[in-house]
Design a protein around this ligand. Structure first.
Ligand SMILES: Cc1ncc(COP(=O)(O)O)c(C=O)c1O
Length: 380
């Protein structure tokens, strides 16, 4: 198959990631930090090392400020549900994923949290000054994704943080982590949710939240941590405050190996490669009759996530034919981001999305473009 659904989950995974997961399952697999025997200590070591590798990759000075979660969704829920109180105001962009919009809708209804949606332009870009103009005295958070899962432009995080001053910036880096350089401390980001299984190239069921020192949301989950076991109160130190219950040790071991893999390749080299794929997809699509690429001028393109519509064909039909006839696997529809499609004018039918990744080659992209041409000219 030609797998161009990397924005949903990356495939294949680097060999060291697969090895780290299987080694953990076959050789360690004890409960980390719970017992004093050698396998438990070894499992705890795997988790510690994964946290350290992620801290190096994301420019975080203290690894304890990285909290593991089952993915970006759980990390965003921890930030939003843990921080927002009745009367707080939040500013979001009109491009956000349901992983942000659904918890916020819940908080609007259950805690009277107020939400202002700032309109992005037709490329999905948001001017930092429009975010600043939406701030109120009661604004607690600004939430923006670094990269959209519908169109591959990047938000200027440092400029947004500068525009909002003391208000906390929560970044949804589900799509961008592992794809572009992130310097958490340097860019003044306050909270950042990342996903382990997309451009990070790690296993599904992994991800996390990075918190600036001094920001302490209420935990989502409370329970055993292997620390302060004499007390029935949740520990107040990090990361234990947020990591109750037996962790996903094999997944975290794989995520640590993925972070090391990215550090070895260098994130700058990866970003360059992905930008090349983005350009190839976007330019190739523009040569195919009846295809309209959504959003994004070529100069905005950073990530190889490109959405398009085909005149006279439903996105789901294009996706089905690409799979059935050519084994080209893409995603069609709303991509869990109806707000983004409203912004881009493609709601409710959505788009077809080609999303490439580190392991795709340019010849695969050429083949996928040829397959699309065939599907459009010979629809049945
Ligand atoms: C922009 C964005 N935010 C959040 C998520 C949720 O990520 P996860 O699968 O890690 O929960 C996704 C996944 O599709 C996404 O694209």
């Amino acid at each position: 198959v030609i797998y161009l659904d990397q924005a949903a989950s990356s495939f294949p995974k680097p060999e060291p990631v697969v090895r780290a997961v299987t080694d953990c399952l076959s050789q360690v697999a004890a409960n980390p930090g719970r017992s004093a025997h050698r396998l438990s200590l070894q499992a705890a070591r795997l988790i510690f090392e994964a946290r350290e590798s992620l801290a190096r990759l994301f420019g975080v000075s203290e690894s304890r400020r990285i909290v593991f979660a089952s993915g970006a969704t759980e990390a965003l829920n921890l930030a939003l549900l843990g921080l927002l109180r009745p009367g707080n105001h939040v500013v979001v962009s009109s491009m956000e994923h349901n992983a942000v919009m659904r918890p916020l809708r819940y908080l609007q209804e259950s805690r009277q949290v107020q939400v202002t949606e700032v309109q992005a332009d037709l490329s999905g870009n948001i001017d930092p000054s429009t975010i600043r103009a939406a701030l109120r005295k009661s604004t607690k958070l600004v939430v923006v994704q670094q990269a959209s899962n519908v169109v591959g432009a990047l938000r200027p995080l440092a400029a947004i943080k500068e525009a909002i001053g003391e208000v906390w910036l929560l970044v949804d880096a589900a799509q961008s982590a592992g794809a572009v350089p992130i310097q958490f401390d340097q860019d003044g980001i306050d909270l950042l949710a990342f996903c382990g299984h997309k451009a990070m190239l790690g296993p599904q069921g992994t991800g996390g939240l990075i918190l600036r020192d001094g920001i302490a949301p209420d935990p989502l989950v409370r329970g055993g941590t292997g620390s302060r076991s004499e007390s029935d109160e949740q520990p107040d130190f990090w990361p234990d405050r947020y990591e109750s219950g037996t962790p996903n040790t094999p997944g975290i071991a794989g995520l640590g190996a993925a972070a090391e893999f990215i550090l070895e390749q260098s994130i700058e080299t990866i970003a360059q490669k992905l930008k090349g794929h983005a350009r190839q997809i976007s330019e190739g699509l523009r040569t195919i009759p009846r295809v309209r690429v959504v959003g994004l001028s070529l100069s905005d393109l950073a990530l190889p996530t490109v959405s398009f519509v085909v005149e006279g064909m439903a996105p789901s039909e294009v996706g089905r034919l690409l799979d059935q006839r050519h084994q080209v696997l893409v995603r069609a529809g709303l991509h869990c981001a109806p707000a983004a499609h409203r912004t881009l004018g493609t709601f409710p039918q959505g788009t077809v999305r080609f999303s490439a990744g580190f392991f795709n080659s340019s010849s695969e992209i050429e083949e996928a473009l040829a397959a699309l041409r065939d599907v459009i000219t010979r629809p049945s």
